[in-house]
Design a protein around this ligand. Sequence first.
Ligand SMILES: [Zn+2]
Length: 101
Amino acid sequence: MVERLRGSAGVAQRRRRLAHTNGLCERCPDRGRTTLAVEVDHIVPLDKGGTDDDSNTRNLCKSCHLEVTAEQFGHRPPIEGRGISRSGRPTSADHPWNRGR
Ligand SMILES: [Zn+2]
């Protein structure tokens, strides 16, 4: 498990990584968009054995970050109105999680 850098070292590292793509999202050009990156994402998450090297990071905008995070965890982002609450819990009374209460 690799520790993330904290404090000013982490800020400098993040700024340097964002500069690699001029601060733009790396995923949006595939979708014909140009969007400012707000997240430095680990391609292989640190808690899945990824390294904290620049080669394991990519710059993502907010919406791309949500999408790749959802893909990594094998589900889509919770969307209200699909039987899933904002907190990610199913709202249906006969869902196994809600049974027997
Ligand atoms: Zn994007």
